[in-house]
Design a protein. Structure first.
Length: 77
């Protein structure tokens, strides 16, 4: 009986459990790669948004310095 249980469990582990463990390992690796990529993309997106905001503010300030009329209220009524 002990041999039957031993052979049954060893066959189950060799046949099923290794495939399950391999699948879980692949899912974990994919998850880690996806999260690291999305984190880098988010950091890059935040940097680009900050650079865009700085550029817009700089261009607006430059246009006001070159044309003081732009600083006046647009609707005087």
């Amino acid at each position: 009986m002990k041999e039957f249980i031993y052979y049954f469990l060893s066959a189950f582990i060799a046949d099923r459990l290794l495939y399950i463990a391999g699948s879980l390992l692949l899912l974990w690796i994919g998850y880690r790669l996806t999260t690291s990529k999305s984190t880098k993309d988010k950091q890059l997106r935040d940097f680009n948004n900050a650079a865009k905001a700085f550029r817009v503010a700089f261009v607006n300030e430059l246009s006001v310095l070159e044309n003081p009329v732009f600083d006046a209220p647009q609707n005087p009524y």
